[in-house]
Design a protein around this ligand. Structure first.
Ligand code: PRP
Ligand code: MN
Ligand code: MG
Length: 183
């Protein structure tokens, strides 16, 4: 862990805060979907931790599926044109779907996913995101379950990566600028 910590400026959201928030969100989700079948869809890879911990706070007997998407073209940041790398295994027609995400940054990934899911005839599609960067929004996402609004710093941990690293940090932390300006 100390190897990771030297690359960080500060901890933004602690493991304990994340756990308490996911427990709170889960109780809302349990209440809102009472008596309904619910399919959780995690967006690989960032949502793995949120999916694991949120789902275990639920009393609901949910189903889970996963999607992997990536932005088109050379840019590392979401262009809004999204390519499916791994599609759902589930037919979501008529299903109540809750998309589970680690973060809403520009909102472009979720905007595309919401349109895509609507076109498959889901009965309902909602979003649960642990983090949201309001100042970075390029499109507004109607996100029913939000954990924390955070500043537009480069954050890592709890599933969020920089170049595939730092996902296994237990907290969400700000990455030191010298790490990502290095090349
Ligand atoms: C990150 C994050 C969200 C998305 C948010 O995923 O996990 O899925 O970007 O960005 P946006 O709101 O600007 O579209 P990324 O594409 O880095 O893939 P990953 O989950 O595998 O890290
Ligand atoms: Mn992601
Ligand atoms: Mg990423």
């Amino acid at each position: 862990a100390s190897e990771i910590e030297s690359d960080l400026t500060k901890v933004l959201v602690t493991e304990e805060q994340i756990d308490a928030k996911l427990e709170e969100l889960a109780s809302h989700i349990d209440a809102d979907y009472a008596g309904k079948d619910l399919l959780l869809v995690g967006v690989l890879k960032g949502a793995v931790m949120v999916m694991a911990d949120l789902s275990r706070h639920l009393g609901h007997n949910v189903q889970m599926d996963w999607m992997a998407v990536s932005s088109y073209g050379a840019s590392t940041k979401s262009s809004g044109v999204v390519q499916i790398r791994k599609d759902l295994d589930t037919d979501i027609s008529g299903r109540h779907v809750l998309i589970v995400e680690d973060i809403i940054d520009s909102g472009l990934t979720l905007s595309w996913l919401l349109d895509n899911f609507a076109s498959r005839g889901a009965a309902s599609v909602e979003v649960c995101a642990l983090l949201r960067k309001p100042d970075a929004a390029k499109v507004t996402i109607d996100c029913k379950y939000v954990g924390f609004d955070i500043p537009s710093d480069f954050v890592v941990g709890y599933g969020l990566d920089f170049a595939e690293r730092y996902r296994n940090l237990r907290d969400v932390a700000v990455l030191a600028p010298h790490i990502y300006t290095e090349d």
